[in-house]
Design a protein around this ligand. Sequence first.
Ligand SMILES: [Zn+2]
Ligand SMILES: [Zn+2]
Ligand SMILES: [Zn+2]
Ligand SMILES: [Zn+2]
Ligand SMILES: [Zn+2]
Length: 233
Amino acid sequence: MGYDIERFVGYVNEGLLCCICRDVLEDPLQAPCEHAFCTACIHGWLVHHNNCPEDRQALDMSVLRHLYRYMKNDLNRLQLHCKNGERGCEMVCSLESIDRHERECEYSQIPCSNAGCPVQIERRNLDSHLAVCEYRSRECPNGCGYTILRAEDTQHNCVAELRTELELLRSEMICRVEEAKHEMESRLDSQRRHMVQKESLLQNEIEELKYRTKRKTRQGGDGSAVMRMWTWT
Ligand SMILES: [Zn+2]
Ligand SMILES: [Zn+2]
Ligand SMILES: [Zn+2]
Ligand SMILES: [Zn+2]
Ligand SMILES: [Zn+2]
């Protein structure tokens, strides 16, 4: 969509008008037949057509080119009014710099900078709106550390806020302690199982040793046992 021709100061060469919207070229492209269009306009046209809207010569996206440099220069030098003219902005500047002006124009509608606020306001009135915005916030003057939204100002109760936070912290803490306990228990449990296994292994070894010692004593017919019996009697 082109720039409304009504916004321009002085004569605009017909060659700088879009063949589709008939306004001044915005982001222009040129066909081999030298007809020029706004990018958005010709893209829209070529969805359902395959020719130039002006002379019906065959045309597709791939043959569109940038505007001749001299035409681009003429276009950039055109003088026009800011789009916020109806709201009171009296700015007139070149097409080349109009975007930069409109981004910063004091008459442009912008959203309030407070999160959640639905108000759209002219940039020049933002400060006075911010002073009364329902979504402005401030630190609690009693020092509880909470940021209070203007809309909740009267309902703010430091004690209630802090109690809720405390409850939250408490239940979080209990949760964490339970978790730690659970982990410790399962670790102890596995250690216990390990010990029991080891104990039974050791027990087996002891039995085995006892058995072997007994056999050796018998086989050896060794004197010591006999001697001991002697000394006892
Ligand atoms: Zn156009
Ligand atoms: Zn053409
Ligand atoms: Zn302006
Ligand atoms: Zn606001
Ligand atoms: Zn407070």
